[in-house]
Design a protein around this ligand. Structure first.
Ligand code: TEU
Ligand code: CA
Length: 529
């Protein structure tokens, strides 16, 4: 396999609003991130992915950009950003940005001019007065319709996400030219790549009605089409002189799509985030939960491990509930968090750790809708209310899936504000900050945090965990076993102690009091046989 720096990288995702607040306004910011660079570097990671820090009205927390060339004042200044890049570089850490180019904010200048019919922006978006057959019957990612009427233009525009997130029209070559300039601007600043938001839906081949479906009616007109592949090739060309990399957030892709998106000779993306392993506890849409099964979970990941030359590995991000609450055990919180960390850092692909995952942060313990900020959850709650879904059911559907689960402030210590802020945090802090926090785990050599550090340095010493081949050996209700090169990884994801028939040379175990010939509940280990 070809060696590449981004295959050897371990990425740490920061959700800036919730990471570290330097000035007490309750919102995390760039100086806050800079103050934590030593911590990040102590984990052993070498890339930071920053969720959006651009100017934005924050209807969708920065995934609605109003100016691609400036930093949101809540997060600091461009000078702060430059010093983040420089300070990170001193520690051998590269910064990658979030690239949100399927849509802009409706407050972006392009949209403001477009709605007034001002050239050259008139056709930067999909307007019903320039496209026959519109509005159509498409349904959106946050539930509901995808067309919003604009009084100013006296026409409707397409938005696959919230109404203030109009989709850019990639049939217009000027749009691409502007996007290309944005990429160069950030690359010139020393950014080493991009996480590309919903990147496989950029190009819409027509705006005709879609086939009626329970979710995303119309998606056959935009999911992973040739027009998108063309744009990705252009993005790739811009990046190639910079030794930067791209990871695409790609919705509803299968392995065949992912191959087309990532195979090196096609020169598109370097890797993709697929969603299939995140869907194993869902029936079609995320709000309908089904019982989680490790066996199904591992089968899905196994299929991708075998199917694709290079994967991403992730169990969390800012859109997903916390992995320990979802796939782990309440009784064995610490043990199961360590086991999940082992899975994350030993499968084949670039691992992405989401802030707080390394200390075992859990889902938000909120008690009413008033404590929720996320636009998606609010929309869905409103839709469920219209459908007369009983309160308890509605509540459960939202609670297990809503995105604020991952967005509560980072728990640095157990004091007021959790060390995140001296002010009032923008989103509630989890009540378990007393037990789960960085300060406490720093002082404990058996903590989840200490184990993550051990795991990461182990990975750095064992090339097999990066370049070694992969083979699944056991996958059942209790135990998963696989091989990476000459290393065997064994995970007991059950509350039971399990006897082993034979045991190799144990190189690393998550269990401080391990028992020879047995796997303790939720024990994870690596061995040579
Ligand atoms: O998410 C894309 C996406 O598909 C989401 O709708 C996702 O399926 C959902 O959030 C899961 O609950 C990206 C960003 O990661 C997300 O934060 C943004 O809201 C969205 O794009 C729009 O930019
Ligand atoms: Ca702040």
């Amino acid at each position: 396999m070809n060696k590449e720096w981004w295959k050897e990288a371990i990425v740490y995702q920061i959700y800036p609003r919730s990471f570290s607040d330097s000035n007490g306004d309750g919102i995390g910011d760039i100086p806050g991130i800079i103050s934590k660079l030593d911590y990040i570097s102590s984990l052993g990671v070498n890339v930071i992915w920053l969720s959006p820090v651009y100017a934005s009205p924050n209807e969708d927390n920065g995934y609605d950009i109003s100016d691609y060339y400036s930093i949101h004042p809540d997060f600091g200044t461009m000078a702060d950003f430059d010093s983040l890049v420089a300070e990170a570089d001193k520690r051998g850490i590269k910064i990658i940005m979030d690239l949100v180019i399927n849509h802009t904010s409706s407050e972006h200048e392009w949209f403001q001019k477009s709605r007034r019919g001002i050239e050259p922006y008139k056709d930067y978006y999909y307007w019903s007065d320039s496209w026959p057959g519109t509005p159509n019957n498409w349904t959106g990612f946050f539930g509901g319709g995808t067309w919003e009427y604009d009084e100013e233009r006296k026409a409707s525009y397409l938005h696959l996400f919230a109404p203030h997130q109009p989709d850019l029209n990639y049939h217009n070559p000027l749009v691409w030219e502007d996007i290309g300039k944005i990429l160069k601007f950030w690359l010139e600043k020393g950014v080493k790549g991009f996480r590309c938001d919903v990147i496989n839906i950029l190009y819409k081949d027509s705006l005709e009605n879609g086939k009626k479906k329970p979710i995303l009616t119309g998606s056959e007109h935009y999911l992973t089409l040739d027009g998108t592949h063309e744009i990705l090739k252009k993005i790739n060309q811009i990046l190639s002189p910079y030794d930067a990399f791209t990871v695409g957030e790609t919705v509803f892709v299968d392995i065949e799509d992912a191959k087309l998106l990532t195979y090196p000779e096609r020169k598109e993306l370097n890797m993709v985030f697929s969603f299939q392993h995140m869907e194993v506890d869902q029936i079609m849409v995320k709000w309908f939960k089904r019982k989680f099964s490790w066996k199904r979970f591992v089968s899905v990941m196994d299929k991708w491990q075998r199917g694709l030359a290079w994967n991403t590995v992730y169990l969390e991000n800012h859109d997903q509930p916390r992995s320990v609450s979802r796939f782990g055990s309440r009784e064995y919180h610490g043990e199961s968090a360590k086991l999940l960390g082992t899975l994350l850092l030993t499968l084949k692909g670039t691992p992405f750790i989401f802030q707080g995952e390394e200390i075992g942060m859990t889902n938000f313990d909120f008690t009413s809708m008033d404590e929720i900020q996320d636009v998606e959850s609010k929309n869905i709650y409103a839709i469920l209310s219209k459908l007369n879904i009983p309160k308890g059911t509605k509540w459960n559907m939202i609670k297990k899936t809503f995105r604020d689960n991952a967005r509560t402030p980072m728990q640095w210590n157990g004091r007021d504000g959790a060390g995140f802020t001296t002010g009032i945090p923008w989103l509630g802090i989890n009540g378990n900050k007393y037990e789960i926090n960085v300060e406490k785990e720093e002082g404990d050599k058996d903590s989840i945090l200490s184990y993550y550090r051990a795991l990461i340095s182990f990975r750095k010493e064992h090339d097999d965990l990066v370049y070694g081949d992969y083979e699944l050996i056991r996958n059942d209700k209790w135990v998963t076993e696989y091989r990476r090169g000459a290393l065997y990884i064994v995970l007991n994801h059950s509350n039971k102690e399990i006897r082993r028939e034979r045991e190799g040379e144990i190189l690393l175990s998550s269990e401080k009091n391990r028992k020879n010939g047995f796997l303790k509940p939720w024990e994870a280990l690596m061995e040579r046989r």
